[in-house]
Write a protein that binds this ligand. Structure first.
Ligand code: NAD
Length: 432
């Protein structure tokens, strides 16, 4: 292909078609680009080719149906790279046992891309969108692609880092209206190509060097996680003092130096990003001889916080053996089917340790949860959980839980559902 990259619509390949890759690719297809997804998961590839979303994300299915023909998926890197001029790497970057970043998917993606680039004459841009520890793009990905392709980065092919800030559950909206677009680049040609790719977005664009872009993502996630653990710590003190922590943070948030968002005290953060990213940053800092005390405390508060629910439950049912406990919500937050690091996991584990019988319900995440907890009962509706349980734990703030009838129930609430607060026979907010 002999494209003048700055004049034509982009031909984009997306390596890794999960929450980030799929939303990014379908978003760019909606904006008029041609997109090829690459994934090692054949089931995902088949679903995408049938225009069926393999994940639940608001509005994504409609966008996939509407843009049929503008995207396709494959497991063949050669097909994807040779038929595109820009590749986003969106594979997962999970934690290793010790909390440090596991780069095996990134390394494998880089190797596969490099092998194809060896046979490609045209300039191709590789953009890292996965969250990677500062230094990874230039220190790990670049040498792998260079070795496999026999080419030189920033000269024969472009390399950039463009961290993703979308929120699961709101990912499509966030794709089209991001607060900011951060682009870490080194060479001018790649910079102009990415500038052109993001031309249609009105959000502020920040061009930085590559390492800075990588760090912006970690610092953002670490700060947001800190806000949550801070709110929870203050909330735990408020609970003992019989002070409403939500009023407290309303007052705190009105200070223009402190944005009110992300101060919802509760049972802590889960998901595929905050826990693993804060842990990876801690491990990296330690490797560098630093002792990141605040970050360690953020994780520590977060690990203890969900267990407060069990403590509060036992105040009212001291012996949980054979008692039927309802769990409302399994996803790590509402509007997603993602259960990675969900607070429901340590809560269910603790209930099982106590010998409780569990009946659980989640509008989207039960299939995923049943893969790790096949032994618990799954209800057909949230009403069934209420009807069949001795006490109910509210773990995820799904909208439909705001409509339930909690009259006569023992409710331990991790997410501040007002109706439960008003109606329950016995009500305990986790930190209010
Ligand atoms: P995910 O697990 O949903 O998706 C990753 C996909 O990559 C999977 O479909 C997997 O099959 C595929 N894959 C793995 N190895 C591959 C390979 N060698 N070649 C091709 N495909 C491969 O992950 P995600 O949640 O989309 O996250 C991806 C990255 O984006 C991570 O680094 C994450 O930290 C970051 N991120 C995630 C979010 C989020 O909300 N999920 C937000 C911002 C950034």
């Amino acid at each position: 292909m002999d494209y003048d990259l700055l004049k034509i619509d982009m031909y984009i390949s997306i390596v890794g078609s999960g929450y980030v890759g799929l939303v990014t690719g379908i978003g760019f297809a909606e904006l008029g680009n041609n997109v090829i997804f690459v994934d090692i998961d054949v089931d995902k590839v088949n679903k995408i080719n049938s225009s069926i979303s393999p994940i639940y994300e608001k509005e994504l299915q409609q966008l996939m149906s509407r843009n049929k023909g503008k995207y396709r998926a494959t497991s063949d890197y050669r097909d994807a790279i040779l038929n595109s001029n820009l590749t986003f790497i969106c594979v997962g970057t999970p934690s290793k046992e010790d909390g440090s970043i596991d780069l095996r998917y990134i390394e494998s993606a880089a190797r596969n891309i490099g092998r194809v680039l060896a046979d490609k004459d045209d300039f191709h841009v590789v953009v890292v969108k996965s969250t990677v520890i500062p230094g990874t793009t230039e220190g790990v990905i670049k040498p792998i692609i260079e070795k496999e392709s026999g080419k030189e980065a920033f000269k024969d092919f472009g390399l950039a880092m463009n961290p993703e800030f979308l929120r699961e559950g709101n990912a499509v909206e966030d794709f089209f209206n991001p607060d900011r677009i951060v682009i870490g680049v080194k060479d001018e040609k790649t910079k102009s190509i990415l500038d052109k790719l993001y031309k249609q977005f009105n959000s502020p664009k920040l061009f930085t060097d590559i390492k800075t872009a990588e760090m912006i993502k970690y610092a953002s996630n670490a700060f947001l996680a800190t806000k949550i653990s801070f709110a929870n710590e203050i909330g735990n003190i408020c609970k003992k003092l019989r002070i409403d922590v939500y009023k407290v943070f309303e007052g705190v948030g009105l200070d223009h130096r402190i944005n009110p968002a992300f101060f919802r005290a509760g049972i802590g953060f889960g998901g595929s990003c905050f826990p693993k990213d804060v842990k990876a940053l801690i491990r990296k800092a330690e490797e560098l001889g630093e002792d990141p005390k605040i970050l360690k405390a953020v994780i520590d508060v977060n690990e203890k916080q969900p267990l407060k629910m069990i403590e509060l439950l036992k105040k009212h049912i001291p012996n949980l053996a054979n008692r039927k406990i309802g769990v409302l919500g399994l996803a790590f937050k509402p509007d997603t089917d993602d259960i990675r690091e969900s607070r429901a996991i340590p809560i269910v584990e603790a209930l099982l340790r106590e010998g409780a019988k569990i009946i659980a319900y989640d509008p989207k995440a039960m299939n995923n949860f049943a893969k790790i907890f096949p032994q618990i009962e799954y209800a057909k509706s949230s009403w069934e959980v209420i009807a069949k349980s001795d006490a109910v734990l509210i773990v995820t703030e799904w909208k439909e839980f705001e409509e339930l009838n909690y009259e006569g129930k023992i409710v331990i609430d991790g997410r501040r559902i007002e109706k439960a607060m008003k109606e329950a026979k016995i009500y305990e907010g986790v930190c209010w």
